[in-house]
Design a binder for this molecule. Structure first.
Ligand code: ATP
Length: 285
């Protein structure tokens, strides 16, 4: 096998509770991840040189060593003494620095892809250890699950066996928001100390859309709005357009709405002006 093409989907956070600041500087989180039907496509090609090269159709994605997929490939190449070259092509559909973990998903796809292409024989637990070394959101994407509970920095994953399929409208302003900037602005004492994960889970399990809509929450919202107070407008506009619930994903600025059906989601999307924001109709993957 000389080449391999894999899909690399984005995520939403239906709940994001920040529980505490840890001595290592990271925050302790409790989050519910949802894998969504918005994906990048990654092709890995073995090369006869000794270089790792990256090509990407999106101008804001770095193609050098700072790309997470480069770090993922380099880590495995070093540990397994792989000297052959590799070309990684990323077709980027997931908005960049938008709270959708596109880079993390790409890194997970490359770890799992190279395990096959280079026949490394890594077991799921070993792949998860590599993922956790590279970042907090990567491990989730190694699991073939629609929903999962994430704890620790977000890297400890408990897949949730749920049959629920959700429809969303995703609105992403054309503005980059860096996760680190948002955590820096977070005032922990102001965050909600309710157990939002356990409040939401029964509604997600039952597919009780109205209560689920009311239970969406993100502790990073005050920090996101302190940087961009105008983004409250996106939530308001989605609600005015008929969404049953709205929430920021991750560290923003993406906002997602919960819709009752695909048809409902399409009718909400029709009310957005796509010159200023990217608007997607997506579902649970
Ligand atoms: P997270 O929630 O994991 O922080 P995000 O959706 O907020 O993710 P990403 O799209 O992963 O953010 O990008 C964050 C930064 O990482 C970008 O500014 C970009 O320069 C850099 N980056 C590195 N590798 C990638 C990649 N493969 N795809 C997108 N961005 C990447």
């Amino acid at each position: 096998m000389d080449r391999l093409t894999v899909q690399s989907p984005a995520k939403l956070n239906l709940v994001l509770d920040v529980v505490a600041k840890r001595p290592d500087g990271f925050h302790e989180l409790r989050t519910i991840f949802e894998r969504i039907s918005l994906s990048d496509q990654i092709t890995l090609r073995r090369k006869n040189n000794n270089k790792i090269t990256i090509t990407c159709n999106h101008p804001q994605v770095p193609t050098g060593p700072s790309n997470l997929v480069y770090k993922a490939a380099k880590l495995l190449a070093n540990d397994f003494s792989i000297t052959e070259g590799l070309d990684i092509n990323i077709i980027k559909n997931i908005p960049v620095a938008a709270g959708l973990a596109g880079g993390s998903s790409n890194a997970a796809a490359v770890l799992a892809g190279l395990n096959r292409l280079w026949r490394l024989g890594l077991r799921p637990q070993e792949l998860a250890e590599y993922a956790a070394r590279l970042g907090s959101d990567i491990t989730f994407f190694l699991y073939n699950t629609s929903f999962a509970l994430g704890t620790g920095r977000g890297e400890l994953i408990q897949p949730l066996a749920l049959k629920t399929k959700l429809w969303h409208v995703l609105v992403t302003p054309r503005v980059k928001m860096l996760t680190q900037d948002i955590f820096t602005r977070l005032k922990l004492n102001l965050t909600n100390k309710k157990d939002n994960v356990n409040i939401l889970l029964p509604f997600l399990r039952k597919g009780d859309m109205l209560r689920l809509a009311g239970a969406l929450s993100n502790d990073l919202e005050p920090a996101i709005l302190s940087l961009r107070p105008d983004f409250i407008y996106i939530k308001k506009k989605l609600l005015d357009a008929g969404a049953i619930g709205v929430c920021f994903s991750g560290s923003g600025p993406s906002v997602f709405a919960l819709a009752e059906s695909q048809k409902h989601a399409l009718s909400i999307r029709a009310q957005f002006d796509k010159r200023f924001t990217q608007v997607f109709v997506i579902s649970t993957l």
